[in-house]
Design a protein around this ligand. Structure first.
Ligand code: SAH
Ligand code: SF4
Ligand code: F3S
Length: 469
């Protein structure tokens, strides 16, 4: 678990795809293989792509050798994320040699960032498709089948894929993602997302509620509402008479059924409102857990990052959360070694961590991304060894906090949604509590999708262990 946190969580998750689709009727005449990198939105986009391809007679496969089409849904957030994909492409060469008819497509943020350049740099690539252009996949595949390499990286101001029912590629059948918006208008100076994902737009509230209800009817018990900045969700219907804020959307989804758990990510500290916090307090099925990326504990660095809040403002927000939701889990993202960061400013980030005592943290050192405001305005002047040392200090501090947060739960009883068998043994089940902590306990007669009250008896830094009460 901790490894996952510290090891660039967005790059490690490949090949998680495709179980529920395995038992679909065998009516497809072609097969696609898809691999996803990056954030949850990217994984959810792959499910939209799967849905579009199913409609074209392409069925999914987990076996690259039988694929007619290999797709990689890529991430550009840090240089390492792109390097991972480049290395992966090298491995595809073998398959292309073996099967010259095989098409290879790059989807997602790297496609958007590099556009047609990708075709020049990676000769085996046939298709380059940006995040807003997936509806054109069938046409582009047809072109590529005719021997023409093709690219569509147009960004859109309207596309939300709201009408497409994603084909669920995850495999637990209990938890699922639902995208509620796309793009980002924030322009944090370090970040490539506004360039790869375009302008922010909110998806039709009715289609979101419909999708969540369908998931519930199909046995799912948890949805995570996704957006780069969910608190700025704001949907207006065509006539302009009806508007829905994020707090109102949360309420509508919470009202589907008390047995449907709701999570959301990500909250920008500047946008999360008291209204959202009160809505969370009002509905038991909205999990008391907020991912509230701080990025840095120094006001000067936050300003350079264009995060638009100060250290004090962030701390007040945390206090407000604790006031309204006393048992709320809080997690964060931290970037260390941003341009001009001093040792004192690094210490301020550590002090912020001491103040909040995060339950979970994703920690990175700064990776300059071409074209971003920071790349244009500031020099990436912190030497790599300093960045790495600061990151190691932050990670060590976080480990202490996370262990402490786990230990505090020992002796408590919490409500766990069961997601499946524990990795170690089928005699045990695992699930999560509201605060998103993983809990393992003896199976007895419980099963996937059940809510179970579990008394925590012990813990490691990543997992709670308990018994059903
Ligand atoms: N929309 C979300 C996060 C998107 S990216 C938000 O606003 O919080 C996920 C995380 O990657 C960011 O929170 C940030 O901590 C990290 N990140 C983004 N750009 C980065 C860069 N250039 N170098 C290192 N980390 C970066
Ligand atoms: Fe990037 Fe900032 Fe938008 Fe998050 S809010 S996606 S960090 S620009
Ligand atoms: Fe990566 Fe794009 Fe998500 S850059 S983090 S896949 S929005």
């Amino acid at each position: 678990m901790l490894d996952q946190i510290t090891k660039e969580h967005d790059e490690a998750r490949q090949g998680e795809a495709f179980s529920p689709v395995a038992n679909q009727p065998n009516t497809y005449n072609k097969r696609f293989y898809i691999e996803s990198y990056g954030c949850a939105m990217n994984f959810n986009d792959s499910e939209i792509v799967a849905s579009i391809l199913n409609g074209e007679g392409f069925g999914p496969t987990r076996n690259m050798e039988e694929a007619d089409l290999i797709l990689v849904n890529t991430c550009s957030i840090r240089e390492k994320a792109e390097q991972t994909v480049r290395n992966r492409l090298k491995e595809y060469r073998f398959h292309k040699k073996r099967n010259p008819g095989l098409l290879i497509g790059i989807l997602g943020c790297m496609a958007e960032r590099l556009k047609a350049k990708l075709l020049e740099e990676e000769h085996l690539v046939d298709l380059v498709i940006g995040p807003d252009a997936y509806r054109s996949l069938p046409a582009l595949i047809a072109e590529a089948e005719g021997g023409q390499k093709s690219v569509n990286v147009l960004l859109s101001r309207e596309e939300t894929y709201g009408d497409i029912s994603p084909v669920r590629l995850d495999n637990n059948g209990v938890t699922s993602f639902v995208s509620i918006m796309r793009g980002c208008n924030n322009m944090c100076t370090f970040c490539v997302v506004p360039f790869t994902r375009g302008r922010e737009r909110s998806r039709d509230a009715y289609s979101i509620v419909r999708e969540a209800r369908e998931l519930f009817d199909n046995g799912y018990r948890e949805v995570t509402l996704l957006g780069q900045n969910v608190d700025s969700y704001y949907w207006t219907n065509d006539s302009g008479e009806e508007t829905v804020t994020f707090a109102q959307l949360l309420e509508r989804v919470a009202q589907i059924d008390p047995l449907l758990r709701i999570r959301f990510s990500t909250s920008h500290p500047k946008d999360i409102t008291d209204e959202v916090l009160h809505t969370m307090a009002k509905y038991e099925n909205i999990c008391n857990y907020i991912h509230l990326p701080v990025q840095s504990g120094s006001t000067r660095i936050l300003q350079l990052m264009n995060r638009t809040y100060t250290r004090e403002w962030y701390m007040k927000k945390v206090e407000r959360i604790r006031e309204i939701l006393p048992d709320c889990g809080i997690s964060t993202d931290i970037i260390t070694g941003f341009c001009t960061e001093t040792e004192e400013e690094h210490q301020e980030t550590m002090a912020m961590m001491e103040f909040v005592r995060y339950d979970l943290a994703y920690m990175y050192y700064y990776s300059e991304r071409p074209g971003t405001l920071a790349a244009r305005r500031y020099q990436d002047d912190i030497p790599e060894d300093v960045k790495k040392r600061r990151l190691a200090e932050i990670v060590a501090l976080f480990r202490g906090h996370s262990l402490e947060s786990m230990q505090q739960d020992v002796g408590r009883t919490c409500k766990v949604l069961v997601e499946g068998f524990s990795k170690r043994s089928e005699d045990d089940l695992y699930g999560r509590n509201e605060q998103n902590k993983v809990i393992v306990f003896p199976r007895q007669n419980f099963k996937k999708g059940d809510y179970v009250m579990v008394r925590v008896e012990s813990c490691t830094s990543g997992t709670l262990k308990g018994v059903a009460v």
